[in-house]
Design a protein around this ligand. Structure first.
Ligand code: SF4
Length: 386
């Protein structure tokens, strides 16, 4: 059979740069049975194929409705069904991913001048889940229906010896009682690896720290998550523990714009509480030489302070700015044109004296500061190397 595979996120979002594991597994399975399998990068030639599989991870990714109605099209993934998505059948789930599914597409992209390093997850990584599941039931998460984290695939099941790195997609490895076995298996490969999702810092003990910060060869910065201010004391105690083992720079996903009270409303008092919680978490992380990476829940767009959320994300998510500038300075500089910034070497006072105009991020900072001077005073004047 001729089989077409569509990674919907790749077609919808031209900047998407992570392979779809389900697509690679479906391709691996059908190629192993002798079928001809191709990655399709648009919807124009579907009639040339006996079967077409479509997968997407992100709910915002749009797929033409008429394509989904075609009798030879099968589709699935969290992007379609979120937490109700059917898993792949075991005989596909546990087969070796086809690490060459994207080869032609990657070659084209690089041939057209894009940077090779932007495609490293397609070319340099073995990818898989050593464990699946989580214990936390976070209401905003696609994994909220799991009750535990358990072993899923041995590393050998998805390891391509020719690739130098391993990327694990595990939901919450540290919640799995067999985490040591997974780490030992990964160490035995001799390859550098990374967990793509934020690790659950609340579960760290001395044992995990010993592995994570002393034994393993990691492929990237370690990433944890600090999503809820109610975990503040626990997170601080774990940060203190981490700093006994390492002074390396650590990244934290920081969720904002989300009401953890599922029946809660999104009103003025929520936005102020949420912005305060966001900056308190950023400050705590800065105090322990960690870099926040701000994840905005989409409802932040409803806030009259959405400019604060946008600026906080662009400040923190560009660590060079975060380390050198306070939020206040960042908003002012960001509110100058690039040309003016260069001309005045970032001196926004001089720029203003010369009649320069304040840009939107500068105005947004001032509006918020006028209304909530105590919050601004407490949080807007430290930088990431404080
Ligand atoms: S801890 Fe992470 S993986 Fe687990 S439910 Fe919460 S957000 Fe999801």
């Amino acid at each position: 059979m001729n089989i077409g595979i569509i990674d919907g996120d790749l077609i919808y979002n031209k900047k998407h740069r992570f392979p779809n594991l389900a697509c690679m597994k479906i391709s691996g399975y059908y190629k192993s049975k002798g079928h001809n399998v191709e990655l399709l990068t648009d919807y124009s030639s579907l009639t040339n194929y006996d079967l077409v599989f479509i997968s997407k991870v992100f709910t915002e990714t749009k797929i033409p409705e008429e394509v989904l109605k075609l009798p030879y099209v099968t589709y699935g993934g969290t992007g379609f069904f979120y937490d109700k998505a059917e898993p792949l059948p075991d005989y596909i789930e546990h087969c070796m991913p086809d690490y060459h599914l994207y080869d032609k597409w990657v070659q084209n992209k690089i041939g057209n001048g894009e940077k090779k390093r932007d495609f490293s997850f397609y070319t340099d990584y073995s990818i898989g889940y050593a464990t699946r599941g989580c214990i936390r039931h976070c209401s905003f998460c696609v994994n909220k229906n799991y009750n535990k984290s358990r072993l899923h695939s041995p590393v050998s099941e998805f390891l391509d010896e020719t690739r130098p790195y391993i990327c694990l997609l595990d939901d919450n490895i540290l919640a799995c009682k067999d985490w040591i076995k997974v780490f030992d298996d990964l160490i035995a490969t001799g390859k550098r690896f990374q967990f793509r999702q934020g690790l659950d810092e609340r579960l760290l003990s001395e044992g995990e720290c010993e592995y994570l910060f002393r034994k393993v060869k990691y492929a990237n910065k370690k990433i944890f998550a600090f999503d809820n201010i109610k975990d503040k004391e626990l997170i601080i105690s774990k940060l203190k523990m981490i700093r006994k083992y390492t002074d390396e720079e650590i990244k934290f996903y920081v969720l904002c714009g989300y009401n953890h009270n599922v029946d809660g409303v999104y009103n003025e008092s929520f936005w102020i509480e949420d912005i305060t919680s966001l900056f308190e978490r950023i400050k705590i992380l800065a105090d322990y030489n960690c870099i926040p990476y701000i994840m905005r829940f989409e409802r932040y767009k409803e806030s009259i302070y959405k400019g604060i959320y946008i600026n906080a994300a662009s400040w923190c998510n560009q660590p060079n700015f975060f380390k050198k500038l306070s939020f206040s300075k960042y908003c002012k500089i960001n509110g100058m044109s690039r040309k003016a910034c260069k001309e005045y070497n970032g001196d926004y006072n001089l720029y203003l004296q010369d009649g320069g105009k304040k840009g939107s991020s500068w105005r947004c900072l001032e509006e918020f500061t006028d209304k909530y001077p105590d919050i601004a005073d407490k949080y807007f004047n430290f930088s990431g190397d404080a």
